[in-house]
Design a protein around this ligand. Structure first.
Ligand SMILES: NC(=O)c1ccc[n+]([C@@H]2O[C@H](COP(=O)([O-])OP(=O)(O)OC[C@H]3O[C@@H](n4cnc5c(N)ncnc54)[C@H](OP(=O)(O)O)[C@@H]3O)[C@@H](O)[C@H]2O)c1
Length: 324
């Protein structure tokens, strides 16, 4: 099968389409025939080598790309020596106690590959994932749409969990893929949401559920405090503004950073933590039923380099999606 990998770091031109053996699912895993794979900032950071430089990815000869996948299960692994699932049949008795039900061949699913240092990712014709990282695809959504959900929905939800607040939440980068979902989820939890984005995106982020809008730009802390005089209770800094966003948080509040090196010094007793996405099929199933997909465009897998160029150029609203 074909897969897109990197064997040296650099610009989009280092993306290589290679022929690799079809991966086989092990116990508790499923193989998915990829119908759609979204392109995320983490793929660019993998390709350029930034994530290896900062120690997030150990040096590897071959790195796969792509975290988000939508497609159909085409093989299931074995549990205790007995094959589970298969075309047109389920074997509930084969399910080990305490594990979520296995998927069966033909199921339409979405999933998240959160093992970043592996030689194959979702930019491929087939991918093997742990069943615990997979959810049934939401009904009424195309594979292209569904592929935009896993990474960004789970990151937004897990970041909001980290923030542990009932109060006011600041979201920077609110028009972005993670930021938009963070606004929606905070709004659904009945938090007051202050969104920071380009002026042109005000209607978009208010549509996600923002109560207040602050245009991006200098003196962010002062402009947020004009609306929330003591400062917000928590900030989700998806735009990686660091200290500028921390300035808007009240003393003793919460700050969630989204990248290695993007966490500011924890001034004024603010608890600063990084969110690190983890796959969670059950949570993903819940989120997929509530959040809208955001597709910026669709390209064939062979044009992954062009997708990387477009994402790097900024200004996309939603995700570009690759189709093998
Ligand atoms: N730690 C984790 O587990 C995890 C998981 C997922 C994502 N992330 C990271 O989270 C970040 C956001 O990801 P994403 O997928 O949401 O990216 P995205 O879709 O590109 O969104 C980023 C948003 O931030 C906006 N922005 C940039 N500079 C800004 C500024 N100064 N003020 C306000 N908004 C600004 C961008 O606007 P323009 O496009 O107009 O520039 C864009 O709307 C990325 O760095 C990504 O790598 C981390």
């Amino acid at each position: 099968m074909r897969a897109i990998v990197v064997r040296r770091f650099g610009g989009p031109e280092v993306l290589e389409s290679v022929e690799v053996p079809v991966p086989e699912p092990g116990p508790g895993q499923v193989r998915i025939r990829v119908a759609a794979a979204a392109v995320n900032p983490v793929d660019l950071a993998t390709r350029t080598g930034i994530l290896t430089e900062v120690g997030v990815i150990p040096p590897r000869e071959v790195l796969g790309l792509g975290w988000d996948v939508a497609g159909g299960v085409d093989a299931v692994g074995e549990v205790g020596g007995a094959e589970i699932g298969g075309p047109g049949r389920r074997q509930p008795s084969a399910r080990p106690a305490g594990r979520r039900p296995p998927f069966q061949v033909g199921d339409a699913v979405i999933g998240l590959r959160d093992r970043i240092a592996t030689p194959l990712g979702a930019y491929a014709e087939q991918i093997v994932l742990d069943a615990s990282a997979v959810a049934l695809a939401p009904t009424g959504m195309s594979a292209v749409e569904a592929a935009t959900l896993p990474l960004n929905a789970l990151t937004a939800a897990q970041a909001l969990d980290l923030a542990e607040t009932d109060g006011t939440v600041l979201v920077t980068g609110a028009a972005g893929a993670v930021g938009g979902y963070a606004v929606s989820l905070a709004h659904a939890r009945k938090r007051r949401v202050v969104a920071v984005a380009s002026e042109a995106d005000e209607a978009l982020v208010r549509g996600f559920g923002a109560d207040d809008f602050v245009p991006r730009g200098p003196a962010l802390g002062d402009r947020v405090r004009a609306l929330v005089p003591d400062g917000v209770d928590a900030a989700l800094d998806t735009a990686l503004l660091g200290l500028d966003a921390l300035d808007a948080v009240r003393g003793g509040g919460e700050f969630v950073a989204f990248a290695a090196g993007a966490a500011p010094i924890p001034l004024r007793g603010i608890r600063v933590r990084n969110v690190w996405i983890r796959a969670d099929g059950e949570r993903l199933a819940e989120l997929a039923g509530t959040l809208p997909p955001r597709v910026a465009g669709v390209l064939p897998l062979t044009r992954a380099a062009e997708a990387h160029e477009r994402l790097a150029a900024a200004g996309l609203r939603g995700r570009l999606v690759l189709t093998p």
